[in-house]
Design a protein around this ligand. Structure first.
Ligand code: ASP
Ligand code: MG
Length: 412
């Protein structure tokens, strides 16, 4: 008999019918003899509706009252789900985050979980009850309701699984797993049977938005096996876990992530002296603009070019900051391009395989795609290309690294 934590997202509990379907699913699990702790999101659209209400009354509501308000969405679904379970003859009890005693810090709107009291949940489980917990919320030491940030129910699920040392945390959602890349771009994209925490973090932060990133970090830190599955169709989903040593033919590349919302800026003719990078990027970071890739050439005649990429929304602001810096440093000019995209190949297999980057560059060359920037980490190679080449680049790489459905002979 195993202990599972299930988490059902907003679309999975988006209507009375869907809540009934979740209850049916839970009944089947219970019939297999498993202990269940269930975390639910608010019904889809509900959190946004609540935020909209607040906005009509006060454009700048206090973060404390915002949390009191938006945490109610999940309180509705826990109660409705327990009623549905009760109708099926299943003993269940619902709890808000603060009732379970999920203690967080006091950072309203993006609180971090500090401690979870498992005693109450254990008592229910021992008595044969299903425990249903409101996702996305907790309370600080003084009892103020807090929320964990948008998409935070994933983190609640993982945190409860860690605290209870559950056998697996299963995230039920509207997709049937994690894919090699976005199926809307590559129709031969394939569901992955498994992926490591590290790879998932790279995929998620690069735009494959299946799970809240924090939940993956949390799962990796506490080594909670995490599975993403569809609540609408049956299937094994994708298991996110640590690297497994005994899988024989590991693919070198697990997936291809991409991001359209990029822009790059270059400041040309910068003096090649100590402190220049910090004088360029200091004011950028002081303006809370996040810098992604950074590139500096070897100087010729004591002058160099310095390029970096930012989110497209920050492009204009970064450009005007650089104009200022240009004058201060006596640099020649500032040029920018906000029609670029980033494509990354991700895979732990890179650690033990040579030639991955050159294979990537070769595949792009064959399509006549010009690479504008390159950066690498232990398990990732990222490139920047003109935005118009994004789809072509992703498809070319997907097939070069044999990720297409047809490339997989057996998936044991
Ligand atoms: N209801 C919250 C949101 O919409 C939390 C969640 O669904 O995970 O962000
Ligand atoms: Mg979600």
């Amino acid at each position: 008999m195993a202990l599972y934590v299930h988490k059902y997202g907003g679309t999975s509990v988006g209507s009375v019918e869907r809540i009934e379907a979740v209850a049916d699913k839970l009944k089947a699990f219970r019939a297999q003899g498993h202990d269940l702790v269930v975390v639910v999101s608010a019904m889809s659209g509900e959190t946004n509706r609540l935020i909209g209400l607040a906005q009509q009354i006060n454009e700048r509501p206090t973060p404390r009252e915002m949390d009191v308000l938006v945490s109610t969405g999940e309180q509705v679904t826990i109660a409705l789900l327990c009623m549905a379970l009760d109708r099926r003859g299943l003993a269940a009890r619902s709890y808000t985050g603060s009732q379970v005693r999920i203690t967080t810090d006091s950072t309203h709107g993006k609180a971090r979980i500090q401690q979870i009291d498992t005693e109450r949940m254990r008592t229910d489980l021992d008595a044969g009850r299903i425990v249903v917990v409101a996702g996305f919320q907790g309370a600080d030491e003084d009892g103020n309701i807090t929320t964990l940030g948008r998409g935070g129910s994933d983190t609640t699920g993982v945190a409860l699984a860690a605290a209870l040392q559950a056998d697996e945390c299963q995230i039920y959602t509207d997709v049937d797993g994690v894919y090699t890349t976005d199926p809307r771009v590559v129709d031969s994209a394939r569901r992955l049977d498994r992926i490591t925490f590290e790879e998932m973090l790279e995929m998620a932060s690069l735009g494959s938005k299946v799970l809240q990133i924090r939940s993956v970090e949390f799962a990796g830190k506490y080594n909670v096996p995490l599975r993403v599955l569809s609540s609408f169709t049956d299937g094994p989903g994708t298991l996110i876990t640590t690297e497994d040593d005994d899988s024989v033919e590991k693919p070198v590349i697990s997936g291809i992530a991409f991001n359209r919302d990029e822009a790059k800026l270059t400041i040309q003719g910068v003096p090649d002296t100590p402190g220049v990078a910090s004088r360029i990027l200091g004011p950028i970071s002081a303006a809370s603009i996040e810098v992604d890739m950074i590139l500096q050439n070897i100087a010729e005649e004591q002058k160099t070019d310095f390029t970096f990429s930012v989110h497209r929304n920050d492009f204009d602001q970064a450009q005007s900051i650089l104009q200022q810096v240009m004058a201060e440093l006596g640099a020649r000019s500032v040029v920018g391009d906000n029609r670029i995209a980033k494509v990354s190949i991700v895979g732990v297999g890179m650690r033990s395989h040579a030639g991955v980057a050159s294979k990537m560059f070769d595949a792009l060359a064959q399509e006549g795609i010009n690479i504008q920037m390159i950066s690498t980490s232990e398990i990732k190679v990222s490139i920047v290309v003109a935005e118009k080449y994004l789809e072509l680049a992703v498809r070319a790489l997907h097939s070069a690294f044999e990720l297409d459905v047809a490339d997989v002979v057996s998936e044991s």
